[in-house]
Design a protein around this ligand. Structure first.
Ligand code: PMP
Length: 356
């Protein structure tokens, strides 16, 4: 840290993204990316858009919002596009929380929420999960500020039902409720249909996971037109060109070929069920995940030990040192081949444990 940094950032603890290895990795299952590349039409659209990079992109993302609106069944004015859904969530912290209005979110959830609260100078309350790692929706009724819930939650993968989300919305008429649907397309019901009914709902989605575009940085929020106008005021006060020409072109092409994305999601869900079955046979305990990852522990081997031994064998999964998570690992669901490599190596490590 330099001597020039403002004292307000002195104690900032930045978010730590999952490792992006510099050397060739055999099996990367640590950051919930898709194992599949985007449709070839997405790649062609990016190449074509690259020919006009001398020009600024459309700051209103008009064509992209129209394409999202058509797929989501909402009005284009109910959509804001952002540089990854992280940016949408960041803007929601800026817009809907302040010193008098704290943020409220689960104690175990996406690790960026407390970081956004810190950098925006917002106090927050972390609500414990139930013993089985699920969220009790009633814990969020009549919250003292904006509510942030990942659905399904991370890193557990456990979803709330639409009725449970609606309960939270009904009991927070004066608070914005942000539902972060980064992983919704792998088997969770989306809250987008509730946008028409609740002016306090902001749904956040991304192209990073189910649309194979983590490398592009494209996310969006869907909410009542007034909420979107708030967020746009912040966007136009920071970086109106936050979505570049390549991302706009890729997003539109991806939605035009959304059947390819849905097929990829189906494959990931099948691979998830397969992996859950196989790990279950080996004695793993798992939360019931509807995401493209699973949250697992084994009674015979500590989470950090399994993480380390898999890494030595070229398989990277995600581990956190936090005491409440340390026994567990989060494993991204990849292709069938990747899952077979994981299962083979895990079996081998467990048999070494038994032989000790
Ligand atoms: N929400 C959750 C729960 C996530 O896990 C992630 C990915 N790390 C994001 C939002 C942000 O994704 P992106 O910025 O790539 O859209």
């Amino acid at each position: 840290m330099s001597k020039f940094l403002s004292s307000k950032y002195a104690s900032l603890e930045p978010y730590t993204p999952g490792e992006q290895p510099k050397t060739q990795v055999l099996t990367k299952l640590n950051t919930n990316e898709s194992p599949f590349p985007p449709a070839p039409e997405v790649v062609s659209a990016v190449k074509e858009a690259a020919e006009n990079l001398q020009l600024y992109p459309d700051p209103d993302c008009t064509e992209l919002r129209k394409a999202i609106a058509a797929v989501q069944g909402v009005d284009p004015d109910e959509i804001i596009c952002n540089n990854g859904s992280d940016e949408t969530i960041y803007f929601a912290f800026l817009a809907y929380c302040d010193s008098g209005k704290p943020a409220v979110f689960p104690k175990i959830t996406y690790g960026f929420y407390p970081v956004f609260a810190d950098i925006t100078g917002v106090k927050y309350r972390e609500v414990p999960l139930k013993e089985d790692f699920s969220i009790d929706p009633e814990d969020y009724y009549d919250a003292e500020g904006a509510v942030f819930i990942a659905n399904p939650n991370a890193p557990t993968g456990i979803p709330l039902s639409l009725d449970q989300i609606e309960g939270i919305l009904q009991h927070n008429r004066d608070n914005v409720v942000v539902i972060d649907e980064a992983y919704v397309d792998f088997g969770t019901e989306s809250a987008v249909p509730l946008v028409a009914k609740y002016d306090n709902l902001l749904v956040v989605q991304t192209f990073s996971k189910s649309r194979s575009m983590a490398g592009m940085r494209l996310g969006y929020g869907i909410g009542n037109k007034d909420l979107i106008a708030d967020l746009n005021a912040l966007r136009f006060s920071t970086n109106p060109y936050n979505i570049d020409r390549l991302a706009i072109a890729a997003g539109i092409a991806s939605l035009e070929h959304d059947e390819v994305n849905r097929e990829h999601c189906r494959a990931v869900m099948e691979n998830r069920e397969y992996t859950v079955d196989e790990l279950g046979k080996m004695g793993f305990e798992m939360t019931p995940s509807t995401a493209n990852f699973i949250f697992v522990r084994h009674p015979e081997i500590h989470g950090s030990e399994l993480f380390r031994r898999l890494r030595e064998r070229g398989v990277i999964i995600r581990h956190w040192d936090k005491p409440e998570l340390a026994d567990y690992n989060r494993i991204t669901i990849g292709s069938r081949e990747q899952m077979d490599i994981l299962l083979r190596e895990v079996k081998d490590i467990l048999s070494e444990e038994v032989a000790k």
